[in-house]
Design a protein around this ligand. Structure first.
Ligand SMILES: [Zn+2]
Length: 467
C-alpha cells in the first residue's frame, strides 16, 4: 500500500483519498515572467510521474495547476522591457507549455490562469472580511494572522517567527501584524487593475490558488504539491485563507514538497549567474535525460546539477538503450531456456515496494538496473529466449508509463554495418589471445571508418563517432 510523506504531519502516512478512488491534485504553477529553469522542471516532472503512477494504480486523478499571470514580477519585467504586461505573461506562458510538452509533462487536466478567476478571488476576500479574518488599509486588504489559531501548522512557524521573515511577506504601513499578507492589492496609476467592491486592484499571490482550488475542488481536496521553498509563507497562507473561509479542515489531506535543486552545490540565482533554463538544457541534451536525472533522486532530497553528473546519466541511458536493443532483436527460434520467473518476481517486488514507499524512484530505478545486469549476463551466454525478452520488455513498458525515459523519445540505434561487426569480433579474438597490438590496430581501423568501441563489463559497445 502506498505511503506518502505528508509535510503537514511530518511523517509517512498510508495514502487514502478523501472519496474512493478520486484524487484531486493541485500543484503551484509558474509565475510567467521568464523562461522556466531546471529547478521548476524538477517539480513538474515529479508531479507528472506521481499523477501517472496514481492513474496506473486505478485512481481517477484530476490534476489542476494555476498559472500566475499577474504579479509584481510580471509588472516589473514588463516595465523594464517596455511591453504590455499581458503580452509578456502570455509569451512566457506559451514558452512554459512548450517546455512541458517537450518533457512529456502532459498529465495536467487543467491550467487555470489567475486573471481568469478574479470573480472567485473577490468572493473569497469578501467572505474573509465578513468573518473578520481580513482588514482594509490604504494600499490593500490584508489577512490578520493573529485571528487564525492554527497559523504555522504546516511550516512550524509561530506568529512571532513570521515577524522575522517579513522580507518574504508583503510590506506595508499600517498592518496589524508584520506577518499579515496581502489578499487584494489596490492598483497604482499605471498598473493592471480589476474592479472590486473596494476599488480597482489585483489579487495577492496566495489567494489565487485557493480561489482556483475552491472553484474546481471545493474547500477540501487530496494532494497539494509544490517546491519546498513555497511552504512558507505561500502554502501556510493558503491554509489560513481556505480554512478560515470554510471552517473545514484540513484544506488538504496530503502536502507533498519537492527538494531543492542546486547547481554545482550552489543555489541557482541571478547574482551567481548559474541559471540553467529548461531551454538551455534541451539545446544540449534530450528531454528523457532530464526526466531520468530528476527521477534518479528521491523527490524530497536535494539534487545537485552538474555537467559531469549529466554525462554519467547519459551513459546509463545508453546502457539501458543497448539492453532494449538486445531484447528486441532476440529471435523466435532461439532454443536454450533458462527461466527468469523468479528473477522477474524479485525485481518487480523490489520495484513496487520502492514506489509504494513515498515514491522511492532511485530504489525503483536501481531494481531496473539490477535486472539489466543479471539479464545481460544471460544474454551474453545466449540463454534468454524471445518470449522471456518479451516479458522483460512488457515490464519496462509498464514502468515507462510514468517514468517516460525508458522508451519515450528513445533514438533508434543506428544499424552497425556487418563489416564493422566482423572487425569487432576479430578484435575481441585478438584481445582474448592477448594480442594487444593487433587489437589496437583493428580499433584504429574501425575508428577510421567512423565508429568507436567502448569496452564494458558486458562486452564491447560500438557506436558511430559523433561529429
Ligand atoms: Zn501557489
Amino acid at each position: 500500500m502506498l505511503k506518502l510523506y505528508n509535510s503537514l504531519s511530518r511523517k509517512k502516512e498510508f495514502f487514502r483519498p478523501r472519496k474512493g478512488k478520486k484524487v484531486n491534485l493541485f500543484v503551484c504553477g509558474p509565475t510567467v515572467y521568464d523562461f522556466a529553469h531546471i529547478g521548476h522542471a524538477r517539480t513538474y516532472i515529479v508531479f507528472d510521474m506521481i499523477a501517472k503512477y496514481l492513474k496506473q494504480k486505478g485512481y481517477q486523478v484530476f490534476y489542476l495547476q494555476n498559472i500566475t499571470d499577474i504579479d509584481d514580477k510580471i509588472i516589473k519585467r514588463a516595465k523594464e522591457e517596455g511591453v504590455f504586461w499581458k503580452d509578456l505573461s502570455r509569451k512566457y506562458e506559451r514558452e512554459y507549455l512548450k517546455d512541458m510538452k517537450a518533457l512529456n509533462v502532459n498529465s495536467v487536466n487543467k491550467y487555470a490562469r489567475a486573471t481568469a478567476h478574479i470573480k472567485e478571488v473577490i468572493s473569497q476576500v469578501k467572505r474573509l472580511l465578513k468573518k473578520d479574518f481580513a482588514y482594509q488599509i490604504t494600499d490593500g486588504i490584508y489577512y490578520d494572522i493573529s485571528k487564525f489559531k492554527d497559523y504555522g501548522k504546516l511550516s512550524g512557524r509561530t506568529v512571532l517567527q513570521a515577524e522575522d521573515a517579513i522580507s518574504r511577506i508583503d510590506e506595508a504601513i499600517g498592518k496589524k501584524n508584520k506577518g499579515d499578507f496581502c489578499l487584494w492589492k489596490f492598483s497604482k496609476e499605471d498598473e493592471p487593475k480589476w474592479k472590486s467592491p473596494w476599488g480597482w486592484g489585483r489579487p495577492g499571490w496566495h489567494i489565487e490558488d485557493t480561489a482556483i482550488t475552491e472553484k474546481y475542488f471545493g474547500p477540501q481536496y487530496d494532494i497539494h504539491g509544490g517546491g519546498r521553498d513555497l511552504i512558507f509563507p505561500h502554502h501556510e497562507a493558503e491554509i489560513c485563507q481556505m480554512e478560515s473561509i470554510s471552517g473545514k479542515k484540513p484544506m488538504v489531506k496530503f502536502w507533498l514538497h519537492t527538494g531543492f535543486l542546486t547547481v554545482r552545490g550552489e543555489k541557482m540565482s541571478k547574482s551567481l549567474n548559474n541559471f540553467v533554463t529548461i531551454r538551455d538544457f534541451l539545446k544540449k541534451y534530450s528531454p528523457r535525460l532530464l526526466r531520468f536525472f530528476v527521477l534518479s533522486t528521491h523527490y524530497r532530497s536535494p539534487i545537485d546539477y552538474s555537467e559531469e553528473t549529466i554525462k554519467q546519466m547519459k551513459n546509463q541511458l545508453e546502457r539501458l538503450d543497448d539492453f532494449i536493443e538486445k531484447l528486441s532483436s532476440l529471435k523466435k527460434n532461439s532454443s536454450k531456456t533458462k527461466k527468469i520467473t523468479s528473477l522477474m518476481k524479485e525485481v518487480e517486488k523490489e520495484f513496487n515496494e520502492a514506489m509504494e514507499d513515498d515514491f522511492n524512484t532511485p530504489r525503483a530505478i536501481g531494481a531496473v538496473f539490477k535486472l539489466i545486469t543479471k539479464v545481460n549476463s544471460l544474454l551474453a551466454k545466449g540463454k534468454l529466449t524471445y518470449f522471456q525478452g518479451k516479458k522483460i520488455l512488457k515490464f519496462l513498458k509498464k514502468v515507462d508509463q510514468f517514468f517516460n525515459f525508458i522508451f519515450l523519445g528513445r533514438k533508434k540505434r543506428i544499424k552497425i554495418p556487418l563489416e564493422i561487426k566482423k572487425m569487432v569480433q576479430e578484435r575481441e579474438k585478438a584481445r582474448k589471445e592477448k594480442n594487444w597490438k593487433l587489437a589496437d590496430e583493428i580499433r584504429e581501423k574501425i575508428k577510421a571508418l567512423g565508429y568507436q568501441i567502448e569496452d564494458t563489463k558486458e562486452g564491447p559497445r560500438i557506436k558511430p563517432i559523433e561529429s
